[in-house]
Design a protein. Sequence first.
Length: 384
Amino acid sequence: MPQTYMMKKVFPVLAISMFASMLGAGVISPLLPLYSESMGATGIWIGITFASFSISRSILLPFIGRLSDRRGRKLFLCIGLAGYAIISLGYVLANNINHLILTRLVQGAASGMILPIAMAYIGDLSPEGEEGKWMGYANAAFFSGFAVGPLLGGTLADWFGMNAAFFTMGGVNLLAFLLVIFLLPEVSRQKMATTPHSSYREMGASRMLRGLFSYRVAYAISRASLFSFLSIFATSCLSLSTTLIGIVLTTHIALITLFQPYLGRIADRYNRRAMIILGSIINFTFLALIPLTHNFWQLLGLSVLGSLGAGISLPAATALSVTEGRKFGMGSTMSILMMAMSIGMATGPVACGAIADALNVGSVFYFAAFMGLVGTSLFIWFTR
């Protein structure tokens, strides 16, 4: 069966899986800091709550990616989506910060079986020369869930309470689980037999993988600062409601989503390395300007700049990830690069929480901008 035909057949199911996973994460992103505060959490404990999701995911990702290269992708997707659906009850039942952290740990483990595996499946089927196009579509599915999530979560919390947002996360992922069970074929055994099985030592020797790893860590720290502390900054410094915070986050991610397919095609035609560098520079500039905003409209306008930076760099980075995946194993490569994201998402909130407690919440974004500069410099160095 031609790759393009097979891709068109399975991509909608994979896109819905990624959308559901990110919708679940996005629904609670504007709520989790406030939910944690209601349980008495300080800035450092808010950071730990966010980081716990990424800690468990980081530990599992290398094993899941390697196993999916050998055993297939569908089983892991099913386990991950089912876990996401069930863990929504953990948020509802949590009555202290320790319960909330445990819930986040389990959710992180489930997440490690969804996004990298779905991306690896898409990478398996992407025709050569069209990596940017299909990964751009995949990124669009990824970010559309996160775009809808904050607005939906903020609105549900304002009108019906936080539990409504948690139940929505569970229901959407249950639907995606059923679609995968009945509509997604497994990667063919012939395809699995030809998948490379490189050691992680061999992968570590790749200068491009080192550069992409550095880029992903820095980008994840910027996301961590944004989603962990933007709601705190917006409520304490700008006096915004959860609905307005949801609008800012949704606008930011919606624009990233809209940019992905178009800029993915551009990444197939032009220099992908240059696109990553340009987008990264725009991104850390956006972060450095956040503490200088004084009202909703300034924050909303600035979010457009951040969307442009991510829109430029992400399709190029994921397209390069596919070309590296063909050398080392698609599941292993996607999992290692997703682990880089998890490291940034795990360390970023804790560091940002400590900075917020020691200084102020605005300093969190200056720190994230500095880390973005460091990550961009390392990418340039490794891929020179």
